[in-house]
Design a protein around this ligand. Structure first.
Ligand code: UTP
Length: 295
């Protein structure tokens, strides 16, 4: 794995309107998935891929996020007094996980706009972007493979998932050319959320990117696109079509991914991850087996 990339940017400034009212006063990235907020899975994934410098692009309601990755004196003291080292470890784990920095987005003008806010912190080096509401199962490899491909191609790399044609309108969609490696494709074009039936492929962009810093120069000039938002997909389309800084490659992911910003996917993530846990899985599955036939 290339060790050149050390910085992860995690945008968490979206309004999370699909999850209202839960997200009225709390970012969707703080919703618990079993017993950890979604954002902790994402930071753990970045750290596991060697990225220990984490920049979160925050918006309103950032306090809960900051507090989660900071010390909580009163809680720690209480657990210490009780001698509850197991819970104390859980509390301290997220504090010590990574070197977390924050920058505000101000107005949530889109994912591209959020990523551009990272320009100063990142400087002129390749960096990763992980969407804070997208969880990749820690048993499946994605980010470290993308970093490896970035190191070989000296290009930007996006993660792709093959989706059903009906779902294409929910994603950025990529047209691709095969390469010599089965899981790597070259991106020839990108369209954000194509109208139903107009998508040119089933390759959907999911929330992991390893980008050349040149994307910042393009984002500076990117006008609002779909939904009136400054779209990262539009900037990547410029990198791909003009072959800027090596163009864009895709790593095709065939593992488990959970979109916790979508209510149904969120529920599936909680059940699937809990079902796989040693402590919760057996009683949960027993109950589900009993309960499902009564539906
Ligand atoms: P989404 O489109 O899923 O987020 O953005 P959203 O706008 O919050 O969702 P809904 O549709 O209203 O429910 C993907 C990621 O980009 C971040 C979000 O926090 C999420 O992690 N984002 C989006 C920003 O940081 N800033 C933005 O302006 C938009």
């Amino acid at each position: 794995m290339s060790s050149r990339i050390t910085k992860a940017v995690i945008p968490v400034a979206g309004l999370g309107t699909r999850f209202l009212p839960a997200t009225k006063a709390m970012p969707k990235e703080m919703l618990p998935v079993v017993d950890k907020p979604a954002i902790q899975y994402v930071v753990e994934e970045a750290v596991a891929a060697g990225l220990t410098d984490v920049l979160m692009i925050t918006g309103r309601n950032k306090n809960a996020l900051e507090n989660h990755f900071d010390r909580v004196g009163e809680l720690e003291a209480t657990l210490e007094r009780k001698g509850d080292t197991e819970k104390l470890e859980k509390v301290n784990y997220s504090t010590d996980l990574a070197d977390v920095h924050y920058v505000r987005q101000g107005d949530p003008k889109g994912l591209g706009h959020a990523v551009l806010r990272a320009a100063m912190h990142v400087g002129r080096e390749p960096f990763a972007v992980l969407l804070g509401d997208d969880i990749i199962d820690s048993r499946d490899v994605l980010l470290s493979r993308m970093i490896e491909v970035q190191g070989k191609k000296h290009a930007s790399v996006i993660a792709l998932l093959e989706v059903e044609p009906e779902a294409a309108q929910l994603y950025g969609i990529a047209t691709v050319e095969a390469t010599a490696e089965a899981d790597v494709v070259r991106i020839t074009g990108l369209v954000e959320k194509p109208a139903p039936g107009t998508q040119l492929s089933n390759f959907a962009i999911i929330g992991r990117y390893v980008l050349q810093p040149d994307v910042f120069d393009v984002l500076e000039k990117t006008e609002p696109g779909k939904g009136g938002e400054i779209q990262l997909t539009d900037a990547l389309q410029v990198l791909a079509s003009q072959n800027i800084a090596g163009g864009v490659y895709g790593v095709v992911f065939r593992g488990r991914r959970y979109d916790t910003g979508d209510r149904l996917d969120y529920l599936k993530a909680v059940v699937r991850l809990a079902a796989d846990r040693e402590d919760l899985g057996p009683p949960l599955l027993d109950w589900l087996r009993e309960w499902l036939p009564t539906r």
